[in-house]
Ligand binder design. Sequence first.
Ligand SMILES: Nc1nc2c(ncn2[C@@H]2O[C@H](COP(=O)(O)OP(=O)(O)OP(=O)(O)O)[C@@H](O)[C@H]2O)c(=O)[nH]1
Ligand SMILES: [Mg+2]
Length: 450
Amino acid sequence: MERQTTICAPATATGGAISVIRISGPDAVSIANGIFSQDITDAKGYTLHYVRIPDVDDVVVSVYREPKSYTGEDCVEISCHGSRYIVQTILELLCRRGCRMATPGEFTKRAFLNGKMDLTQAEAVADLISSTNKATHQMAMSQMRGGFSQELEQLRLQILHLTSLLELELDFSDHEDIQFADRTEICRLNSQLLDKLQSLAESFKAGNALKNGIPVAIIGAPNVGKSTLLNALLKEDKAIVSEIQGTTRDLIEDTVQIEGITFRFIDTAGIRKTTDKIEQMGIERSIRAARNAQIVILLSQQGIPFPDISELEEEGHPMPAIIRVLNKCDLTLPDSSYLYHRQVMNQDIHISSKTGAGLQLLTDALIYKAQVPHISQNDVIVTNARHHQALTLAIEDIRRTQQALADNLPGDLIAEDLRHCIHHLAEITGGEITSDEVLQNIFKNFCVGK
Ligand SMILES: Nc1nc2c(ncn2[C@@H]2O[C@H](COP(=O)(O)OP(=O)(O)OP(=O)(O)O)[C@@H](O)[C@H]2O)c(=O)[nH]1
Ligand SMILES: [Mg+2]
């Protein structure tokens, strides 16, 4: 096998008091040693050394010996003072002595290739680093600790068991009367498998919403204050507001956390009949955004009817939850106590995006409609589109098995579908030989040093 190169990269963002530089590979210790004034070549794993890099900095070095390191290779981490200049100089010294700068995610990719973690765990590392709230943190932690992998392993064992039952059947196939004897148990196990796979695949909707924010589209006629509401919810001047109708023409979106839940608000072009080609394109985008949203804030104001949302209905597509909101209540309702009273009486929520009145009621409604499932560390939630896709393929395999069982087809044909299913599940953890292209796709989104 080709000898691995030794790689290095900054592991921390600039701007802190301390920066960490990570080195991994067979020559990690000897290359690092070359730039220090003290000798650490014989350093044991899990030891710290205070050393000098002449003319550059005094640093603390941690040494890890293979296989007991993040990557499974010899690793050295240099903690230096957090100056961009110092980091750059150390990296240059290391590269001059034979290191190569790491590509994004290369440390984690090596950890995967050296069997330190499977692919779902490697992906969870990236999710953990980018997690912004309790829910996404919990999901990433559970996945990184192998929660999802264990679930998949359970499924794999169940499928193997099913296959062995079918094979047993084949062994007796010479005896005509036994061949398709009693398949009740096989059918039961198969539908159990299907249920499990389906519930995992369904968890993706929640998982994705938690990770990327629950999509909420703001839909309404021109000028009712959609962009003003977006800005108020984001507490930021994100979208242009004007008294001219048709100001917003494209989708404008951003995420914000409300009581620990991430929402992704999408401001849209006001819906009306228009001959303006570009505005029309914007309106089509509004409809699409509303269809794909989990919640739609249907916005209007006194005297203007709510837009017709029958267009949102589409076969095979769940309707988003609708919250009807009347804006500009500062123009029509005198004070906020009266306002609160009205809310209780009336289904529509009255707000003023301008003064902020009623916004709390709107966010309460959003949280209520978001129906965020409570996630504990043991729950397995699918958050990754790649995993979801593989699960969808595995479900198709098991559906085929179900049909084949119903048609009383011979066991070897059914076993073939089960083998496909195992293959699709194995792709999730990277258990089978995973193509380089897939790996590249996964790790390219990591940052350097991870
Ligand atoms: N009095 C009052 N005026 C508001 C309120 N919200 C928005 N406006 C005003 O209404 C006008 C239109 O606001 P926008 O937020 O641009 O409306 P929009 O729905 O995004 O309009 P389009 O992008 O054209 O569809 C602006 O002049 C806002 O200042 C409110 O709560 N009270
Ligand atoms: Mg607008």
